[in-house]
Design a binder for this molecule. Structure first.
Ligand code: FMN
Length: 182
């Protein structure tokens, strides 16, 4: 198949390294599965020309994809575009669903959006320290529920997240699960 000889493009925006780790893992698994890709940080503003598909990774920043990722998504046109993101909230939460919906809508404005994958990512310890100083009536104040969520987030992204993301994208870009199979 022609597509398998052309390299896709994986672009990530990452402040503290979680989304970069997920991006690098996705690239590794896709390559092992017969879908090679080049990878670049969003700051490099990679040119997507010639790539049969593009995946853009973002981190959640106040309820939406971070600004650099959004700017890059806005710069794309006519692409087969998949999205992945990391966030402090649980991926099955309403917060995560809203984040996915908004980012997919932005991607679909000028592209064919293939879908999105979200998983947790360790929250910056400096931000957690700031939450701890907030008065109890502040919506971001530290609670037991929030502490547990941060504790879980600190374990992500892990190899299971990478495998799940890569499996999702293999379906999206390959149309079937085992493109390398005879
Ligand atoms: C300034 C700031 C804002 C954030 N806003 C959100 C948010 O709205 N929702 C959320 O679930 N996580 C939020 N987070 C958590 C990050 O999205 C999460 O830790 C992510 O994995 C960071 O990715 P990175 O390491 O690639 O930068 C925020 C983190 C920071 C530092």
């Amino acid at each position: 198949m022609k597509d398998q000889n052309e390299r896709g493009l994986i672009v990530y925006s990452s402040k503290t390294g979680n989304t970069r780790k997920l991006a690098e893992g996705i690239r590794r698994v896709l390559e092992d599965s017969g879908f090679p890709a080049r990878i670049a940080a969003v700051e490099e503003k990679p040119d997507p020309a010639g790539a049969p598909w593009v995946l853009v990774g973002f981190w959640a920043d106040r309820g939406q994809a971070d600004e650099k990722a959004r700017d890059y998504i806005r710069s794309l046109e006519g692409r087969r575009l998949g999205l992945f993101g990391t966030l402090g909230a649980y991926p099955d939460s309403d917060h995560a669903k809203s984040l996915a919906k908004k980012t997919e809508a932005l991607a679909a404005e000028k592209n064919s959006c293939l879908g999105s994958f979200l998983c947790q990512g360790k929250v910056d310890p400096a931000l957690i320290e700031r939450f701890k100083t907030l008065p109890p009536d502040n919506p971001h104040a530290m609670t037991e529920e929030r502490r547990k969520r941060h504790e879980e987030a600190a374990k992500h992204p892990n190899e299971d997240d990478i495998a799940a993301a890569a499996a999702a994208f293999l379906k999206m870009i390959g149309g079937h699960e085992s493109p390398a199979a005879p």
